[in-house]
Design a protein around this ligand. Structure first.
Ligand SMILES: Cc1ncc(C[n+]2csc(CCOP(=O)(O)OP(=O)(O)O)c2C)c(N)n1
Ligand code: SF4
Length: 295
């Protein structure tokens, strides 16, 4: 608290705001995810990351598509928009362009992001707005009761592939790395500290940042994806000596998606290029005075 006396003799008191806690980011809505769903871990990690970032929830916009995972904005106190299936990224980009001061988070499932919404991902990456995109990759369509998704492994039996999937899955890590994303990480709810830290790092990265979370679907997913198994399978990239500035090595490691459960930062561009939003601000700063001078 700072108390000072103004020129007119009045006393004014400034009270420093209390530090933010996870309660500041938890909404009153009770999650309706199935007990044991990995998405509980994702929202908890996100609360922790937002505390570390320290921006109040009225400065945050959280945009999602449709799916179990896309319910996540409602469980936070940020401004939220549950858009249309597969359309979270275009809506989020519009919001960031309209108000570049907002911290913009985007989330959804693997179906939302890499099936119906897959065409938006390359363009969001090359446009490079300062967004953090979290995909809860459970290898299944959870909300619509267990159909095969773009990341379902070949051979997996689902409600729409009763004899086993006959397709190779999309590799989300390789996909975003190939299109030039500046920050690419993968986490698991089984490693809450690691997941919270990597979401924080993704938010701090100035540009398009992607976090793939292996978030198990306890109801329709593969029992081998569950949290207990994740704990035994996960291999932390930092412990394996991976240098996240090495894009070629990140591409090599990403090829093991579905075989190895690597967690941590695959790639962080050491020289982040200008974001689309920073370029808009620059142009506005130079053009506006010229327009004003021209009358
Ligand atoms: C345009 C459109 N097509 C299809 C659907 C039906 N639908 C809703 S959610 C969903 C897939 C959900 O899977 P995913 O995005 O992976 O999220 P999850 O539920 O697994 O978290 C589908 C096909 C829809 N709501 N809108
Ligand atoms: S159906 Fe699967 S993804 Fe959806 S809430 Fe239940 S466990 Fe989570």
């Amino acid at each position: 608290m700072i108390t000072s006396t103004t020129d007119c003799g009045c006393e004014s008191t400034l009270v420093a705001p209390a530090p933010l806690t996870t309660k500041d980011f938890r909404s009153d809505l009770k999650p309706i995810w199935c007990p044991g769903c990995g998405d509980y871990g994702v929202v908890t990690a996100l609360y922790r990351a937002l505390v570390a970032i320290g921006r109040p929830s009225h400065e945050i916009a959280f945009i999602s598509g449709i799916g179990c995972s896309s319910r996540i904005p409602g469980y936070t106190t940020a401004y939220g928009f549950n858009t249309v299936h597969g359309r979270a990224l275009p809506v989020a980009q519009g919001i960031k362009m309209a108000n570049p001061d907002l911290l913009v988070l985007v989330a959804g499932g693997d179906g939302d992001g890499f099936s119906i919404g897959g065409g938006h991902v390359p363009h969001a990456i090359r446009r490079n707005l300062d967004l953090t995109y979290i995909v809860m990759d459970n290898h299944i369509y959870g909300l619509t009761k267990g159909q095969l998704s773009p990341t379902t492994p070949r051979g997996a039996k689902t409600s729409s592939s009763t004899y086993g999937s006959m397709e190779d899955p999309v590799n989300p890590l390789l996909y975003v790395l190939s299109y030039g994303a500046g920050f690419v990480a993968q986490g698991v709810p089984a490693d809450m500290d690691g997941l919270a830290k990597m979401i924080e790092e993704a938010i701090r990265y100035p540009g398009f940042a992607f976090v793939n979370v292996q978030s198990p679907c306890i109801t329709f997913g593969d029992p081998d994806d569950q949290l207990k198994i994740q704990k035994t399978k996960m291999r932390k990239l930092a412990a394996e000596g991976h240098d996240p500035s090495n894009w070629l090595r990140a591409m090599e490691l990403a090829q093991d998606y579905g075989k190895e459960l690597y967690t941590g930062v695959f790639y962080r561009n050491p020289n982040p290029p200008p974001t689309y939003d920073s370029q808009i601000r620059e142009r506005q700063a130079t053009l506006r005075p010229k327009v004003a001078a021209a009358g």
